[in-house]
Design a protein around this ligand. Sequence first.
Ligand code: ADP
Length: 257
Amino acid sequence: MNTSHASCAASVLAAEAVVKRFGAHTVLNGVDLALGTGQSTCIIGPSGSGKTTLLRCMALLEAPSDGRVVMEGATVSQARPSSDVRLAARKVRPEIGMVFQQFNLWPHMTVLGNIIEAPMRVRGVSRDEAVVTAERLLQKVGMEAKRDAYPARLSGGQQQRVAIARALAMQPKILLFDEPTSALDPELRREVLQVMRTLALEGMTMLVVTHEMGFARRVASHVVFMDEGMIVEHGTPAAFFERPTTERAKRFLNQFD
Ligand code: ADP
């Protein structure tokens, strides 16, 4: 098992020595994580270990206090960014898709409206083209019948599937998920996990913060275990779940037995 994966050959997105402090509290303490093309990586670990903060740094929603985030070789985020870094960030931001725990759909727009908005506004896609793409994506997530519904009329699982379709509509190079099933009742989780599994099998590059050990074990190509702001283990699901090497990971996994 290797704990430093910053120099993976074909990485789409990478954190390099990322430190994040909130006031005096160091939440990320020098994290290296490279996400290879077509890989799906799950971040697991105890509450408060820095998983969401790492994801948000990689999504360019938080700036690191030190270290940097690199997308396809270009620095796109660092403390006190130069104008080149800001420019690079603006360029790549639409290529990084994000799915949140609370779905975050726009309540005043229909399902279709939610999906076509960003491609039209940000990518300059025509309405007709955006609608064709949205209909294809709604089919993919099994939501085509709800095209004209408003989010409030949908279950949490349905809203999350629409949120995934909305992220895909921007044709992202990578999709980041922040505990996408944590707000859902158990019976609704499965439908969301099934969509995510299909995406992973199709080769979408994904980073998923999750407490779904079954998903991490069966679907992820890599599992990252974090504790106290650091990556403590990083390996294949088989290696991590069957042969964790640290006491901290063993203790964490014992809770799920
Ligand atoms: P995890 O996702 O593993 O539960 P988080 O990344 O959400 O962990 O949080 C790690 C630590 O950082 C926690 O102690 C949390 O309180 C703190 N933290 C997260 N975001 C902020 C913030 N915006 N301001 C201050 N502290 C924060």
